[in-house]
Design a protein around this ligand. Sequence first.
Ligand code: 5AD
Ligand code: SF4
Length: 458
Amino acid sequence: MTATPDAKPLKGLFIRTHGCQMNVYDSERIRDVLKPLGYAPVDAPEGADLVVINTCHIREKATEKVYSELGRLKQMKLASGGKMTIAVAGCVAQAEGAEIIRRQPAVDLVLGPQAYHKLPEMIARASRAVGDRLETEFDTIEKFDALPKTRDPDGPAAFVSVQEGCDKFCTFCVVPYTRGAEMSRSVDDIVAEVRDLAAKGVREVTLLGQNVNAFHGAAPRLEGGADWTLGQLVRHLSKIGGIERIRYTTSHPRDMDADLIAAHGDTAAMMPFLHLPVQSGSDRILKAMNRGHTADHYRDIIARVRKARPDIALATDFIVGFPGESDADFEATMQLARDVGYAIAYSFKYSARPGTPATGMHGHLSEDVKDARLQALQSLLRDQQTAFNQSCIGRTIPVLVTGKGRNPGQMHGRSPYLQAVHFEGTETQLGALVDVQILAASLNSLSGDLVRVRETAA
Ligand code: 5AD
Ligand code: SF4
């Protein structure tokens, strides 16, 4: 095993992350809380002292993947003579709880998304072989308070969790049951984290939350105790020296207020990218989903955002094959996609999740129908994505350099519209903003020539 300069032995920590960006963020924080205990990240689960599987419960496939992965880990644990500790974190942990240990007894610890700060204590207890292998209580604020206040960023772009949970109860979705009630972090805490990241060279922050635009963080010292909206938070963070770019994800159409829309136009750091899930283009299906808005209400928000920021890249999520979805309902979804024109979109077949209202609805569709609809929608979305990327050819755009390419001399970064951009450069440009003239585009990336380095790397 690796040794620190003072020869203190480190323990190997392997974290596998499934699902959304919230989980990516949580995995980073798990790494941070375990660091003082001597855990250092390793690249593979083989031989690791602690393996954490950070799980996603949003669709059935994701849950089954976790159990087959646990089967493979059990073999590795046996090979290690039982020395490996296996922890299951995230939303499957929250939803299935003790059932996980029943189905796979090799699992040592199960902890829900609100319990990461308790991980060190749980590990200590598990190693003394006493007690609780299960921690899935909801207490988001306690979690936010107990996590280390500073972190080691992985590069010039970092996630910052500002909000967790959801009270919207869309009828297909497990999030309100796995992540709990909607809860915002305090403005002071967020500002302190972003300042610390900026001081460590971070240029771009993505504010995270399941319903991030429902943000209503308390601001006791800054604003006489009144809660802030996401628009206010973005404007404030944009003034922190070094923070050049701000993004937020994921939003709900019902919380797109006028100030947040205006911030897309008047705040230079606000990136021209909006991920606003719509799920369906049919009012009947939107109602059955309990989304609380119509397709035209969504179109109207998009028109207002485009007016504030004409070049904005739009992203969304769609579900096809919701119970009762007719051919006409599906056609309304296709029409909405044609009307908006997405830069990128994620589309899923409806998957019945235990305990959600849609599971008990009439009119569940066959896999064949769902497959055919998904293919038709994805083909349209792929064309739109390619067209959007091609529309960048000939333009010179600012790119935040985030990494080295496969071959020497190749660098990559991301555009304001969140596209991957490849160009010939040098490692000294890592973390800098550079201008790249775009010469070619494919479905998933852009490439071009470096024109100038805007600023030197921090
Ligand atoms: N079936 C299919 N897709 C789902 N999503 C959430 N729940 C389900 C489900 N039961 C999708 C939604 C959401 C994204 C994160 O996952 O589109 O926006
Ligand atoms: Fe799930 Fe709906 Fe909440 Fe999004 S808004 S997390 S889809 S319940």
